[in-house]
Design a protein around this ligand. Structure first.
Ligand code: BEZ
Ligand code: FE
Length: 279
């Protein structure tokens, strides 16, 4: 094979340039990436104008990134790539609670609160009691599980999107289970909201005839010593966007009951158990 580039031998020519003493995993990943990238360009017969457009899109995607904004992850999310990587890395036995996308709005260090606390600090929205147990695959309660929860407010924004408007830690908290494995807190019945769509990814969705909405959900990060980390949501089943989540995060098993309560200070009740797998 000549060291010079030809269309037919493009993949082999590029991959042959890799050194011998490099990380075997890096060599494997990059060789495969080059193979599929070249196959993509050949299959669609990528035009020079399309290549220019793609470079400009990626440049703008990078330029809008900041400490608070990660447009590349949003791109990965909206192309279903985040959910694919998540699925590949979290294959679980039947009965275990499924993972879903983490999203950009988790904040480390939320307050650890007593069971039953109300995390809705802005007084907006319909109150909802979330409760259940953290259990293992045999149904045994898990003690000492940290249930870290977060959601948007009734206007469809997370507290970090509205500093100075929403109270700090609005709709966030951490609950640590006791011997019975149970958790409970009062929040609001979640509402749907658009992912940040004022950048290149929002523009891409528009060109693709896609909306930017996520169906209403409550986020959970559940951790316990000896068990795999669970990153998940529970979803409101009758949400208008339940079948068209902009980031493909919905799984059938994560649609939770939301029962309307009569004559109670709390308007809704959403029971859900989290089943963890051992490490
Ligand atoms: C979220 O649910 O918070 C989220 C997930 C992916 C992209 C944007 C937001
Ligand atoms: Fe969310």
């Amino acid at each position: 094979m000549t060291p010079y580039f030809t269309e037919d031998a493009s993949v082999e020519t590029v991959n042959a340039r890799m050194g011998k003493n490099i990380s075997p995993r890096l060599a494997e990943v990059m060789a495969c990436l080059v193979k599929h990238l070249h196959a993509f360009a050949k299959e669609v017969h990528l035009t020079q104008e399309e290549w220019d457009y793609g470079i400009d899109f990626l440049t703008k995607t990078g330029q809008i990134c900041s400490g608070e904004r990660q447009e590349f992850i949003l791109l990965s999310d909206t192309l279903g790539f985040s959910m694919l990587v998540d699925a590949i890395n979290n294959r679980r036995p039947a009965g275990a609670t499924e993972n879903t996308v983490f999203g950009p709005f988790h904040v480390d260090g939320a307050p650890e609160l007593p069971m039953g606390s109300n995390i809705s600090l802005d007084g907006k929205g319909e109150s909802c009691l979330f409760e259940g147990a953290v259990i293992d695959l045999h149904g045994n309660p898990i003690r000492g599980a940290r249930v870290d929860v977060w959601s948007d407010n009734a206007d469809g924004f997370y507290d970090v999107q509205q500093p100075g408007i929403q109270p700090k830690w609005n709709n966030r908290g951490i609950f640590v289970t006791g011997a019975d494995g149970r958790y409970s807190f009062v929040g609001i019945k979640p509402v749907c909201y658009p992912i940040p769509d004022d950048g290149p990814v929002g523009k891409m969705l528009g060109h693709l005839g896609r909306h930017p909405y996520r169906p209403a959900h409550m986020h959970y990060l559940v951790t316990a010593p000896g068990y795999e980390k669970l990153v998940t949501h529970t979803f409101v089943g009758d949400d208008a966007y339940i079948d068209s989540d902009a980031v493909f995060g919905v799984k059938k098993t994560l649609v939770a009951p939301f029962e309307k309560l009569k004559d109670a200070a709390t308007a809704w009740h959403s029971p859900f158990d989290f089943v963890l797998t051992p490490v």
